[in-house]
Design a binder for this molecule. Structure first.
Ligand code: A2H
Length: 257
């Protein structure tokens, strides 16, 4: 980790329905998968959420009673940042532990999302040493997300192996959220770049690294919002407002590491 702290926004993805034997352990606190993002203004384009299947996730009690699902490492940071409740020895309070594979399929209510319910899918390239280990998916703007969602849509053998149901990925079309009216050249969307570069899977790390460079720069510097109350305004001007709106309505929290 570097010297300069990275500021993320944690997006609270509410778990709409929990297995009964989990509820008996967790009690009646609201449960959220919390996804660390640098692009809160893109949350209108969410189609699903990703976890690392072999990753270890805990259900941690926050101050105020919410339960956050995230890595142990991020929960400890949340203690230092006065987000999480801590025990007498300054450790986060873990109510239950699960692997990412156990979380796959959970139905979520995601803030600003155009779909009323989205689902948890596996992603093999998530680092448990960054953010919370939970990534929310915006395939219109993030090549990684597009490549991974596409993997689950088109690979029935992977779906079978990881217990992914078609109904968790297939119905979720890319939601376009930005336009580029002032760009000098055509700004390709993440799906267009993935197609042009013939990215075969989200494991194609080198190609994805190149694809990302392009999309991210342009998305941030020349993007104009296409949806929501700030439609017609530049991303660069409204990013902070959208983030603050999410925080004010209790749908997100700032998080540093
Ligand atoms: B971003 P940085 Cl639309 N492992 O959110 C892998 N990737 C992770 C992660 C982890 N543990 N935690 C967060 N991320 C992703 C949205 C987004 C993001 C868009 C466009 C670009 C973008 C939707 N996914 O990131 O290494 C999250 O994806 C551009 C870098 O800390 C998070 O923001 O710089 C970003 O990577 C944080 O990456």
């Amino acid at each position: 980790e570097g010297v300069n702290p990275q500021e993320y926004t944690l997006i609270k993805l509410r778990v709409k329905e929990l297995p009964e034997d989990w509820t008996s352990v967790l009690g009646d606190g609201k449960v959220f998968l919390v996804a660390a993002t640098l692009r809160p203004e893109t949350m209108y384009g969410q189609t699903n959420c990703f976890v690392l299947p072999e990753g270890e996730y805990g259900f941690f009690r926050m101050r105020g009673g919410d339960i956050f699902v995230c890595s142990q490492r991020s929960a400890l940071n949340m203690c230092y940042q006065d987000l999480a409740e801590s025990s007498e020895d300054s450790q986060p309070v873990c109510l239950m532990a699960k692997t990412g594979a156990d979380l796959v399929g959970l139905p979520l209510d995601a803030p600003l999302c155009q779909y009323p319910t989205i689902h948890v899918l596996p992603m093999f390239t998530i680092s448990m040493q960054k953010g919370t280990g939970v990534v929310t998916s915006v395939p219109a703007e993030a090549p990684d997300d597009f490549a991974c969602l596409t993997d689950w849509k088109k690979r029935s053998n992977w779906r079978e192996q990881y217990g992914v149901k078609e109904e968790w990925c297939q119905p979720f079309d890319v939601v376009d959220i930005l336009t580029f009216p002032d760009a000098e050249e055509d700004v390709p969307s993440a799906p267009a770049i993935c197609e042009a570069m013939k990215i075969e899977s989200h494991r194609d790390k080198d190609k994805l690294a190149a694809a990302k460079k392009d999309v991210y720069q342009k998305g941030f510097y020349s993007g104009v919002m296409k949806v929501g109350p700030y439609a017609g305004q530049k991303v660069i001007d409204v990013k902070a407002k959208i983030k603050q709106d999410l925080i004010d309505e209790g749908a997100a929290v700032p998080y540093f590491e």
